[in-house]
Every structure is written in C-alpha cells, then in structure tokens.
Write a protein that binds this ligand. Structure first.
Ligand SMILES: NC(=O)c1ccc[n+]([C@@H]2O[C@H](COP(=O)([O-])OP(=O)(O)OC[C@H]3O[C@@H](n4cnc5c(N)ncnc54)[C@H](OP(=O)(O)O)[C@@H]3O)[C@@H](O)[C@H]2O)c1
Length: 215
C-alpha cells in the first residue's frame, strides 16, 4: 500500500507549524515538518510529540536548490511522490527595518517569490496524481494593493506566463533600486512578493488544467 505524504515548508514555527499540527490530526499518511534549520525543526517536532502528534522532520531551505533537490530525492526514494505540498515559508521585513529598500526588495522577492517558484519546479515532477499544492499568499497579495492600473492589468492577464511574471518581479526590484517607480507598485516588497505568489498560483492551475484537458 502506498504511504501518502504531506510536506510543509517553513514549518518550525508560526502558521506552518500550525498547519503541520492540523495535518497530523487529519491526514492519513506521513506529515513532513520541514525547516531550513535542523535544530529549530527538530525541536518543533519534539513540541508536537508532547501533544501526541508525530510528524517527520527533514531539512529544507527553499532558497537552496541543492537542499530542495536532496529533499526531493529522499522523498522519491522512500515514498515515490508527494500528495500535499504546502508552500508556506516566507520572510517579511519589519516596518522599522533599516535595510535599504532595494535590499529589502531583492531579499523578499528572492525568498517569497523566486524560491517558492524554484521549489515548485523541483518538487512538481514528483507530485502524485491528484496531489494538492497550497501556496500561502496573503490578503496583501490582493491586486487592489497595487496602485497602478497598468500593472494590475498585467498581473490579471489570463495569458500571463511564469517567465513574464518573473520579469514583472524583476522590474519591481529594478524600480526599488532606482527609487523612482516604486509607488506604482505600492511601495511594499512584501505586497509585491505576495501578488506574485497569487498570480503564480493561478498560472500553475491553468497549466495543470490545460495538461488535463489534453490527456
Ligand atoms: N502572520 C500573518 O499575519 C500572515 C498573514 C498572511 C499571510 N502570512 C503568510 O503565512 C506564511 C507563514 O507566516 P508566519 O506568520 O507563520 O511567519 P513566521 O512565523 O515568520 O514563519 C515563517 C517560517 O518560514 C521559514 N523560512 C524563512 N525563510 C525560509 C527559507 N529560506 N527556507 C525555509 N523556511 C524558511 C521560517 O524559518 P526560520 O524560523 O528559520 O526563520 C519560519 O519557519 C508566510 O508565507 C506569510 O507570508 C502570514
């Protein structure tokens, strides 16, 4: 019998940790609490064990393709595939952060958008038929957060591709570097990263639907 597998990224604390707790109670299969830091991840597992819940642990840093590939190979070898993938890991600079806007833009989009995308690209090939992918966006990921109508229309375009979306994300980073056009984007790297995650989710669903219509 096939053992089902659920995976949550960035699950050593916060919402990811709570999702693992919920999955341990409801999901009939192995639940992987993953964390970029082994010590923090294992101690989170121990906390859940005290509640009588028994997730598995594996190191997973979404910004490291090598780490994601090691995890993919481990899951493929041990279980054959993934049934639930929750892309939860993300960062947010505090409003009082002193890092320059351009640095905040680069780092936030690198983790929240580009690394979520690369994680999908590495793990999607081992999703099993009927698998579910949940991307944790935010109310900040709503298009109404972007002031420019022209930009909103680009994000809304039903034909937007992943490449074009990544190009838009890079355009924001460049706007933040130049310090001239960021207001069009709403002046928040976190907002842009989550608008990107929401748009990416829609594109991936369209790609999946088209593939299913063809088969
Ligand atoms: N909290 C909210 O009000 C809220 C609202 C809407 C949406 N969200 C979204 O919900 C998700 C979880 O938020 P949260 O509030 O639970 O945040 P959190 O408490 O800061 O937890 C974020 C998690 O992501 C991990 N992480 C960061 N960078 C990572 C990386 N490179 N690789 C793997 N894991 C990484 C963190 O690990 P470390 O402990 O090692 O840093 C931590 O486990 C995020 O996507 C966030 O944007 C949150």
């Amino acid at each position: 019998m096939v053992t089902k597998v659920a995976v949550v990224t960035g699950a050593n604390k916060g919402i990811g940790f709570a999702i693992v707790r919920g999955l341990c109670k409801r999901f009939k299969g192995e639940v992987y609490l993953t964390s970029r830091d082994e010590t923090r991840g294992k101690s989170a597992v121990q906390e859940l064990e005290k509640e009588g819940l028994f997730p598995k642990f594996h190191q997973l840093d979404i910004t490291s393709i090598k780490s994601v590939k090691v995890f993919r190979d481990y899951v493929k070898e041990k279980y054959g595939g993934i049934d639930i993938l929750v892309n939860n890991a993300a960062i947010a600079f505090k409003s009082a952060a002193t890092e320059p806007v351009a640095v905040q833009a680069e780092q936030t989009l690198f983790v929240n958008y580009f690394s979520l995308l690369s994680t999908c690209e590495v793990l999607f090939p081992i999703l099993r038929d009927g698998a579910k992918v949940v991307n944790i966006s935010s109310s900040c990921g709503h298009l109404s957060q972007i002031p420019s109508v022209a930009l909103r229309n680009k994000f809304k375009d039903e034909n937007l591709t992943v490449e074009q979306l990544s190009d838009l994300m890079n355009q924001y980073i460049e706007a933040a570097r130049q310090g001239t056009q960021a207001p069009e984007w709403g002046n928040s790297s976190y907002v842009v990263s989550k608008v990107g995650v929401t748009a990416l989710t829609k594109i991936h669903q369209r790609m999946y639907d088209n593939r299913n219509h063809r088969t």
